[in-house]
Design a protein around this ligand. Structure first.
Ligand SMILES: [Zn+2]
Length: 477
C-alpha cells in the first residue's frame, strides 16, 4: 500500500484509561474493521467503555493502554501503512503481531491531521507538563553550586574548579557500567551538603531547575542519614530540605514533595521510616531504601516497612536495578512496595513463546496486574549496568505490554540528563510519539504519592488539557 494512495480516513481506536483524549476526532467505522476478526473483537470488547466523538465519517480512534495486545494490530497496520509520515515508529507493532501491512483488514487508513505533529520535538516535550517520581537531591546539583559550596567550607576534594569540566567529570565517573562505581560521585556532592544553608540552597535550585524543564509535579528523595557529618539532626536535615523545596516552588508552576531514603547497607531504616511519617504533613510523602542492592535485600529492613505500612504511609523501593527478580519479589511481597525504583530486571520474568509473542511469568504478571509503577531512569540504567544500552532497555517492550511504566531522571548531574532529554531519547530510540509521552506522564501522576484528589486535579486540570493543546498545535519546526 502506498501512502499517497490512501483515502482521507482516520483509522485509530480509543479505549481504556486513555479514552477520550482531547484533540482527536473520530468515530467508529464498522466498514473499516468488519473484515478483520481481531479488530471486530476489539470493538465489541471495548464498546461499552470507548469514548468516541462522531465528527468524521468512516473513522474510529484507538489509543492503547492495557489493551495493547489486541489494539496493537490496528496501530501496527495503521503505522505501517503510512511509513513516510510515522517514520521509525512504524515497526513497533511487529513484536506481538507480525505479518505484512494491510493484512489486518484496515484497508482504508490515513494518519489524518494528527500525523505530521505526532512525534514531539525536544522543545515540545520541554513545554509539556511532566511528572517526575524518582530524582535524588544529592544527584542533581548544578556543578557551579558544588564548586561554590565547596569553596565555602574549604572542601578541596573536587576534581575540577571549572563548572563545565566538573559536570563532565561527574557524567564520566557515573558511566562505568556498574552501580557501585556510579555511586562514587556522590562522595563530592554529599561533602558539600552538610549544613542547613547548603541543603536549603540545593533543594531550592533543584525545584527551579525542574520547573524550568517543564516538570509540574515531582517527588525528590534524599537520605537524611548522609547529611549529618557536621552535626545536624535527622529532623534538621529534613526541615532544611523541605524549606528549600518550598522556596523553590514559591511562585512557580510546580508541586514538589519529598521522599526519605534509608541506606540499605546501614541499619537506620526504622529511624528514617519514623522520620518520614513524622514529617508527612510538612511535605514528605513516602519512604524508600537505596544503595548497593546486591547483598542487602529489602527484607533486612522489614521493621521499617512494617512501621510505614502500619502508619498508612507510602513505600517505594530501589529494586531490580543492580540485582534481579528476588529483590523485586521481596520488595513487593514482603515489604509492601507500591512502586519500584527502576525494576528493570522484571524483564527476566518475561520469556518469548514459539510464535514470538511475550509470555509473562507470575511475578511480571503480578506487577502488571497490580499496576505497580516502574520508576525507570533509562540513561542511569545504562550507566549502572542495569541494561547494556538504551536500545536494549526493556522500556519499549514493557510499555507495549501495558506495565505501569514511568520515566524519571534518577541523578540529573551524574547522568547529564533532564526529564525532557530522557523522554526525547525514548522518542529517538523507540519511536515513542505524543501518545506514548502522554501515557508515561499520566502513569507517573497516577502512581504519585500525593493524595488522590490532588492527582486527579493534576491529570484533568493540568496535564490532559496541556497535552491536548500541544498535540493539536505543533510548534513550528
Ligand atoms: Zn535512584
Amino acid at each position: 500500500m502506498q501512502a499517497e494512495n490512501l483515502p482521507d480516513v482516520v483509522a485509530v481506536v480509543v479505549a481504556g484509561e486513555d479514552a477520550g483524549v482531547a484533540g482527536v476526532e473520530a468515530e467508529v467505522g464498522a466498514a473499516v474493521v468488519a473484515e478483520d476478526p481481531v479488530l471486530l473483537e476489539l470493538l465489541q470488547a471495548v464498546a461499552a467503555s470507548v469514548a468516541t466523538t462522531r465528527t468524521t465519517a468512516a473513522a474510529f480512534v484507538l489509543l492503547i493502554d492495557s489493551s495493547w495486545l489486541v489494539g496493537s494490530t490496528l496501530i501496527f497496520s495503521w503505522r505501517r501503512s503510512v511509513p513516510d509520515r510515522v517514520g521509525a515508529a512504524g515497526a513497533q507493532g511487529s513484536l506481538l503481531r507480525g505479518g505484512p501491512p494491510g493484512q489486518t483488514g484496515v484497508t482504508r487508513c490515513h494518519a489524518g491531521r494528527r500525523a505530521v505533529g505526532d512525534v514531539p520535538t525536544l522543545e515540545e516535550i520541554r513545554q509539556a507538563p511532566k511528572v517526575l517520581l524518582h530524582d535524588h537531591l544529592d544527584g542533581g546539583l548544578r556543578p557551579q553550586t558544588v564548586i561554590e559550596l565547596a569553596d565555602g567550607i574549604g572542601y578541596d576534594g573536587l576534581p575540577s574548579g571549572d563548572a563545565a569540566t566538573l559536570g563532565s567529570w561527574f557524567t564520566a565517573a557515573a558511566n562505568r557500567g556498574h552501580l557501585v562505581g556510579y555511586l562514587e560521585g556522590f562522595r563530592h556532592t554529599l561533602a558539600v551538603m552538610q549544613t542547613e544553608d547548603a541543603l536549603v540552597r540545593v533543594a531550592r535550585e533543584c525545584v527551579e531547575d525542574l520547573a524550568d524543564d517543564g516538570v509540574v509535579y515531582a517527588e525528590v528523595r534524599f537520605a537524611p542519614e548522609l547529611h549529618q557529618e557536621a552535626g545536624l539532626s535527622l529532623d534538621q536535615v529534613v526541615e532544611a530540605a523541605l524549606e528549600g523545596l518550598r522556596q523553590g516552588s514559591d511562585g512557580r508552576d510546580i508541586t514538589v514533595y519529598a521522599l526519605l531514603t534509608a541506606m540499605r547497607t546501614a541499619a537506620r531504616s526504622l529511624a528514617i521510616a519514623e522520620l518520614s511519617v513524622r514529617h508527612r504533613d510538612a511535605g514528605v510523602v513516602g519512604f524508600d531504601i537505596a544503595g548497593a542492592e546486591k547483598g542487602s535485600p529489602p527484607t533486612l529492613h522489614l521493621d521499617a516497612f512494617d512501621y510505614v505500612r502500619h502508619n498508612n504511609f507510602h513505600i517505594t523501593i530501589h529494586a531490580g536495578e543492580g540485582f534481579g527478580l528476588a529483590s523485586i519479589w521481596e520488595a513487593v511481597q514482603h515489604c509492601g512496595a507500591e512502586r519500584l525504583g527502576h525494576g528493570v530486571r522484571i524483564i527476566d520474568d518475561i520469556t518469548t513463546r514459539d510464535d514470538g509473542t511475550p509470555r509473562l511469568g507470575p511475578l511480571a504478571a503480578y506487577i502488571r496486574d497490580r499496576r505497580i509503577a516502574l520508576e525507570m531512569c533509562p540513561t542511569s540504567n545504562v550507566h549502572t549496568g542495569a541494561t547494556r544500552s538504551l536500545e536494549e532497555h526493556p522500556i519499549g517492550l514493557l510499555r507495549r505490554l501495558g506495565f505501569r511504566v514511568t520515566v524519571s531522571t534518577d541523578n540529573r548531574l551524574m547522568s547529564g540528563v533532564t526529564l525532557t532529554s530522557e523522554l526525547h531519547r525514548l522518542v529517538e530510540v523507540f519511536g515513542f510519539d505524543w501518545s506514548d509521552v502522554q501515557w508515561l506522564t499520566l502513569n507517573a501522576m497516577k502512581s504519585a504519592f500525593a493524595h488522590f484528589d490532588e492527582r486527579l486535579a493534576m491529570i484533568n486540570g493540568r496535564i490532559k488539557p496541556a497535552f491536548a493543546a500541544l498535540r493539536s498545535t505543533p510548534l513550528p519546526a
